[in-house]
Design a protein around this ligand. Structure first.
Ligand code: HEM
Length: 185
């Protein structure tokens, strides 16, 4: 997985739990990278999952909740570093509809080594947005966190339901986004 994902993760751990916690995670998991990540390079997914698992054991926070919090935290960084100009997209729904065909496809063009998840939208015109996520990495909880981060960016209230999940054996996850208006309304 790309270095940006790892640097966002280390930033979050250091910001929320302190440098000592980050150093401890590195000592205990002893990753091949030694915890030194370059934004555009690729690193072993297992490094991230080992750290999240250990953090979960130490903090008592469930792995899925940690991944969701991580996704939310990472959103702003991905948005700021996007290779495409995203400023012309001005609603959360339009933004979510653009992930697959505009945002991630541009990431893939700029970084051919990147492996990106796919999102399908079976009924894009309905009020609620159904997003079908699939990825060999099964990081659906990072996806829900990223969606929460995007909702914050657009100041929109949402509810996310996740009735079908790859972790229960399905070949994709179904994320249903209900749009509940502007945060400051
Ligand atoms: C709500 C919006 C977004 C969602 C739901 C989303 C979803 C995801 C997920 C779940 C992953 C983890 C990899 C996987 O599942 O296989 C990922 C990776 C990634 N996304 Fe997005 N994403 C969003 C927005 C963005 C934006 C704005 C950018 C900026 C250009 C971006 C760039 C990337 C990059 C660079 C990776 C890592 C690729 C790699 O590891 O090689 N994403 N995305």
């Amino acid at each position: 997985m790309q270095g940006t994902i790892f640097t966002s993760f280390s930033d979050m751990v250091i910001e929320k739990m302190g440098m000592e916690c980050w150093n401890q995670l590195l000592n205990q998991t002893n990753p091949d990278s030694s915890g030194v990540y370059t934004a555009g390079a690729q690193y072993d997914d297992a490094e991230l999952l080992q750290m999240v698992t250990l953090l979960s054991q130490q903090s008592g926070i469930a792995i899925n909740d940690l991944l969701d919090a991580f996704g939310e935290h990472m959103f702003e960084k991905l948005y700021q570093n996007s290779p495409t100009d995203l400023s012309s997209i001005n609603s959360l729904k339009d933004f979510l509809l653009a992930i697959d065909t505009v945002i991630h496809s541009e990431v893939k063009r700029v970084y051919p080594d990147a492996y990106l998840p796919t999102f399908k939208y079976p009924s894009p015109d309905a009020n609620d947005l159904e997003m079908h996520y699939s990825s060999k990495r099964k990081l659906c909880f990072v996806a829900t966190g990223l969606i929460r981060g995007a909702a914050k960016k657009f100041s929109e209230k949402i509810q996310i339901d996740h009735p079908v999940c790859m972790h229960d054996g399905a070949d994709h996850c179904e994320l249903i986004i209900q749009f509940q208006g502007k945060i400051d309304e």
